[in-house]
Design a binder for this molecule. Structure first.
Ligand SMILES: NC(=O)c1ccc[n+]([C@@H]2O[C@H](COP(=O)([O-])OP(=O)(O)OC[C@H]3O[C@@H](n4cnc5c(N)ncnc54)[C@H](O)[C@@H]3O)[C@@H](O)[C@H]2O)c1
Length: 345
């Protein structure tokens, strides 16, 4: 079979660390053909290091000039939707980094375009490919938690402002909620089989990112810090379930990081961070400890699933519709934070 022709839009950090390097491990199946990036230096580096035959400053030109089977979209969030729409229009299968988009309307347009084209549109929700995530998913599908009616999502960093575009509201659409909270939100929804969200109540805070802190190095540009540094929220679903959410780039707290999803069901609960499952059985309280699971790179597993899916072998774990639901919740939480009112979805 002919090798799949691969394009990349945005050749920065995640493109290098999770896409290009992993495509290169499968030179028997894929060929890195074209790259688009607004930064000439980035293009030059990618040509030299990875041998792309074609390089463009404008992704529209790339899709017009080069026939590609699949593309990774690795730009700042603002360009996820327009680049994905251009790719689908050109007949490419798309793996778009998370978050799906800036708004729910954009995610809906991406879903419609994917349906119209019949091509794959998957999102970079790589956490689903972690061994721990898969193990808990199997437990949940086997009914070990019963009906999940509540949970808590945490994506907390004590001192983890990423800098770069990640502090820029205009390019990213927000801070920790849309950047790291989105990963754990997606995981919780996936475990719950994406119930329909009906309302959200959110609040955001920008307290620490906007100033130099005595005891904390500030590698980000605090004078141009325009995103929230802490977001809190509550999400209610049409099946009666409730999720609480907390996510921060920087906050005075105990742990350096705390990334987890805790779910509470009628038969058991679980904690993604430890893989623990909590039940009551035989008249006592029982913890099922996670076995020592191997933990291969989830980005690599996701990319391999994408290559296989494009070649017609298997499916991606995420769907365009799920991207819409994630984006509805994020947009609703931000809107609620702005207005101070709960938002119906
Ligand atoms: N799945 C994950 O765990 C994960 C981790 C990190 C980043 N990401 C996501 O990946 C995306 C990129 O993040 P990053 O860390 O690589 O950022 P980055 O700033 O390192 O790289 C982004 C690249 O996109 C280029 N770019 C900007 N505008 C463009 C445009 N209009 N067309 C083409 N190229 C353009 C920039 O020049 C840069 O080279 C973000 O959406 C982020 O949320 C996901």
């Amino acid at each position: 079979m002919a090798k799949l022709k691969i394009g990349v839009v945005g050749g920065g950090g995640i493109a290098q660390a999770a896409h290009i390097n992993n495509y290169k491990k499968h030179g028997d199946k894929v060929e890195l053909v074209a790259i688009a990036d607004v930064n000439k230096g980035v293009l030059q580096r990618n040509i030299e290091e990875h041998g792309f035959a074609y390089a463009f400053e404008d992704y529209n030109e790339m899709f017009a000039d080069v026939e590609l089977d699949a593309v990774s979209i690795c730009t700042p969030n603002k360009f996820h939707a327009p680049a994905t729409l251009a790719a689908l229009k050109a007949g490419c299968n798309v793996l778009c980094e998370k978050p799906p988009a800036m708004t729910a309307a954009e995610a809906e347009a991406m879903e419609e375009a994917a349906n119209a084209s019949g091509k794959i549109l998957a999102y970079g929700f790589n956490n689903r490919y972690k061994a721990r995530a898969q193990y808990l998913k199997r437990m949940i599908e086997d009914g070990e938690l019963g009906r999940i009616y509540a949970g808590r999502i945490s994506a907390m960093r004590r001192n983890g402002i990423p800098g770069g575009v990640f502090v820029n509201q205009e390019l990213q659409g927000g801070g920790p909620l849309i950047d790291i909270g989105v990963h754990m939100l997606d995981l919780a929804l996936w475990y719950m089989e994406f119930p329909k969200p009906v309302s959200v109540l959110g609040s955001t805070h920008r307290e620490l990112g906007i100033k130099p802190l005595e005891s904390v190095p500030t590698p980000w540009d605090y004078r141009n810090y325009t995103v929230e540094d802490l977001a809190m929220g509550m999400i209610k679903f049409d099946n009666g379930a409730t999720l609480l959410l907390e996510t921060s780039f920087i906050v005075h707290t105990l742990e350096n990081t705390n990334n987890t999803v805790r779910l509470h069901g009628t038969k058991g609960g679980c904690d993604f961070k430890t893989g623990g499952v909590f039940q009551s059985r035989y008249g006592t309280i029982v913890d099922i400890a996670a076995p020592k699971l191997p933990d291969p790179d989830s980005h690599q597993l996701q990319l391999e699933a994408f290559i296989d899916a494009v070649a017609g072998n298997g499916r991606m774990l995420s769907t365009p519709r799920q991207g819409v639901i994630v984006q509805q919740i994020i947009e609703g939480l931000y809107r609620s934070a702005e207005t101070g009112e709960a938002v119906k979805l």
